[in-house]
Design a protein. Structure first.
Length: 365
């Protein structure tokens, strides 16, 4: 929830843009291995809530140690270890939610309503963080993050697992599905979307600060995007009922190319950036929901946990890692604006991959 400020925290520690890019890549690197390990454990152990509890407590204890880490190597080791733990949260949380909604045939109409509360929490954290960091500086960052993790731990200890969708048995293998062309094209598109979003998650705040935006203004820009995301999640059912999944998924990539292109070359206009941030509803909100729905075509029941984990690992893990490294190189070698130009190009290529993942299926798919 406080990810928009991570790069500013690293900059406050005196790390260079390239070092920050590497640190953020390390933060993502753990998502390549971590999610699949947690997903496999959840499918084998038939529990997601117990693993979420373990991850929440361990992450809180780890984050409390961050203020004492001063060296670049130590911070890199912490980012890898911390994200190995926190990489459980998103795929297991989504798998738990989807399993519950699938039992009632309510994914299209209810998932967005559930997911929007995560977005509301994001807004609260970003605005609170912006105000606190403006007043107390970035040294307050680890303490705010620890508070958020403590609240998360309290919540997960009140949760319970969804009922199994069928009789318990040894889970079937998931990796052979990656050899299917439609699955491979889908994961390629997911990789490229998160590769593109590395420009946003790693360098957006730094870019706006470089252009003279205050920390509070940066927080407002992030908030605009998440408010748009909340509106989308609330009305998600109507969009999914009106348009084919193919159209929604491919359209998010086209809008992502527009968003990142405008951010790179017109960010000096605050009013335009405010409008562009509304596209976050498509590039994250619509893409996330459409991807999870598409994923259910191949990964359901005993494959649910590992399907979510593969999606997180390939997109956020591999895509986020390589994207962070590529964007860091572009930032230093070319120019900050071209970092977002590269993101726009990746999104356009991703649109083609998304379309290819539906090849041979009915037009309404």
């Amino acid at each position: 929830m406080i990810s928009p400020y991570v790069s500013l925290f690293f900059a406050d520690r005196g790390f260079s843009p390239v070092q920050i890019g590497v640190l953020m890549a390390c933060f993502q690197l753990s998502r390549i291995v971590g999610p699949y390990l947690w997903g496999w454990l959840s499918d084998v152990m038939h529990t997601r809530v117990k693993l979420l509890r373990l991850a929440a407590v361990t992450a809180l204890l780890a984050f409390l140690a961050v203020p004492g880490i001063q060296s670049y190597g130590g911070m890199m080791a912490m980012m890898i270890g911390l994200n190995l733990i926190t990489s459980a949260m998103s795929p297991l949380g989504d798998a738990l939610t989807i399993s519950t909604l699938r039992r009632h045939g309510a994914f299209d109409h209810r998932y967005g309503r559930v997911r929007m509360f995560g977005s509301i929490g994001f807004i609260a954290a970003v605005l609170t963080g912006g105000a606190l960091f403006e007043r107390f500086g970035m040294q307050a960052f680890p303490w705010l993050a620890s508070t958020m993790l403590a609240l998360f731990a309290l919540v997960v200890f009140g949760m319970r697992d969804a009922a199994d969708e069928g009789p318990r048995a040894a889970p079937p293998p998931a990796l052979p599905l990656l050899r299917r062309p439609d699955v491979a094209w889908f994961f390629a598109s997911a990789f490229l979307m998160m590769f593109a979003h590395a420009a946003l998650y790693v360098f957006y705040s730094l870019y706006l600060e470089q252009l003279g935006y205050s920390k509070f203004a940066i927080g407002v820009m992030w908030t605009i995007g998440v408010v748009a995301e909340i509106v989308f999640f609330f009305y998600q059912g109507k969009l999914f009922g009106a348009l084919a999944l193919r159209t929604i998924l491919a359209g998010t990539f086209v809008l992502a190319a527009l968003r990142f292109g405008m951010t790179g070359y017109f960010a000096q206009y605050a009013w335009l950036m405010a409008l562009v941030q509304i596209l976050h509803a498509a590039t994250f909100g619509a893409h996330h929901s459409a991807s999870l729905k598409r994923l259910q075509r191949w990964f359901a029941g005993p494959l649910q946990g590992r399907g979510q984990a593969l999606y997180t690992g390939i997109s956020y893990g591999v895509g986020g890692t390589l994207g962070g490294l590529a964007m860091g190189w572009t930032w230093k070698t070319l120019a900050p604006m071209h970092t977002f130009g590269l993101a726009a190009l990746a999104a356009l290529i991703g649109a083609g991959c998304a379309v290819m993942s539906f090849r041979g299926e009915p037009e309404r798919a």
